[in-house]
Design a protein around this ligand. Structure first.
Ligand code: PLP
Length: 361
């Protein structure tokens, strides 16, 4: 059986519409800026497996400083960062509590089971947000004949729940109460800087109670490749071993870290613009017949909307949009996701809205 790869070039009509592509499938599609390209070309490098790449070391040091942690490690992808963290926090045969639509559960190739030998214990949370009250009920009783809970993993912002943001007091309470029970809490903070901008609070503050945090440079921050995992010195030492085991020991990785440093230092400043564009899209979508969305819930750069009122499937809508050089992701039979980022401006968003409006008429 052929496995389908999501690909913009599957649409034959793509090249027939004259206008430039508006790619709203994901914030991973951003291309490195000229400044990043220059930094990559000029990066000082060494063998990072020997710990000798000065640019990687600089990036890791800055990440640790910004999150006020002892250490950080540069990994090729967010998936690798999350799965290394899960491996360190758990033992085989344990359960990991996460939200039903969590990335670690749905989009990381079942590595929770494959690599860590754990079972996900997914819980539905309104807008992807879990509360201690709901989590507490699903923690295994301390009985020898029940698989034990090994970890709680939260996602902020929550991708599939429409970029929702954890209220800091809810996340803090989960961490505090979990720690009282000696349970670690990992944060999949792929888009934690989006949460930080939406809340107007620094990342160090909204992540301080988590045992480990993964965040992506390659999403809204705009780097071509890479994520970081931050935590205690001991935790990051273990992470280095697992990164190498998984084939993530990259040699002159400074060429990537150089772009990552620019993403980390300058990327957060412009996320507000993405959030404003997402809200603009949501408000426009709300006025289109057949589309269901609550614009007030759009707090960051992700817009998820229901199209069941149009009678169209997500696949049909995505195909018709692609014919107009507008790319969107179907994330359910009748749900579409749009993600704003640095390579789509307000004019591009206006064009996307017009395209959707025409299709829905
Ligand atoms: C993108 C993403 C990741 C990591 O994805 P990679 O493609 O492996 O870098 C992890 N969690 C969430 C919520 C994400 O959106």
């Amino acid at each position: 059986m052929a496995i389908q790869v999501q690909n913009a070039f599957q649409s034959d009509e793509r090249n027939m519409a004259g206008a430039a592509m508006v790619d709203l499938r994901s914030d991973t599609v951003t291309k490195p800026t000229p400044e990043m390209r220059r930094a990559m070309a000029e990066a000082e490098v060494g063998d990072d497996v020997y710990g000798e790449d000065p640019t990687v070391n600089h990036l890791e040091r800055r990440a640790a400083e910004i999150f006020v942690r002892e250490a950080a490690i540069f990994v090729p992808s967010g998936t690798m960062g999350n799965q290394i963290a899960i491996k360190i926090h758990t033992r085989q045969g344990q359960e990991v509590i996460c939200e039903e639509r969590a990335h670690i559960f749905n989009y990381e190739m079942a590595m929770l089971a494959h690599f860590s030998g754990c079972m996900p214990r997914p819980i539905y949370g309104e807008d992807g947000i879990l509360t201690w009250k709901e989590i507490e009920k699903r923690i295994s009783p301390k009985i020898y004949y029940r698989a034990q809970t090994g970890l709680i993993a939260l996602e902020n912002t929550h991708n599939m729940a429409g970029g929702s943001v954890y209220p800091p007091e809810i996340a803090d309470e989960i961490c505090d109460r979990a720690h009282e029970m000696r349970l670690p809490v990992h944060l999949d903070g792929a888009r934690i800087f989006n949460a930080s901008v939406a809340l107007g609070k620094p990342v160090r503050e909204i992540t301080k109670k988590f045992d480990s945090v993964m965040f992506c440079l390659s999403k809204g921050l705009g780097a071509p490749v890479g994520s970081l995992l931050v935590g205690s010195r001991n935790f990051i030492e273990q992470a280095r071993v697992y990164r190498k085991s998984l084939g993530g020991g990259m040699r002159q990785a400074g060429v990537l870290a150089a772009a990552g440093i620019i993403a980390l230092e300058k990327g957060p400043e412009r996320l507000r613009e993405d959030h404003e564009n997402a809200r603009f899209l949501a408000e426009g979508l709300a006025s289109i017949r057949g589309i269901a969305i609550a614009p007030a819930k759009v707090k960051t750069n992700i817009v998820v909307f229901d199209i069941s009122g149009t009678g169209m499937s997500s696949e049909e809508m995505a195909r018709e949009l692609a014919a107009k050089n507008i790319l969107a992701s179907g994330i359910g039979p009748q749900a579409i996701r749009l993600v704003t980022h640095t390579d789509v401006d307000r004019a591009a968003c206006t064009r996307a809205l017009e395209g959707i409006r025409e299709i829905c008429r």
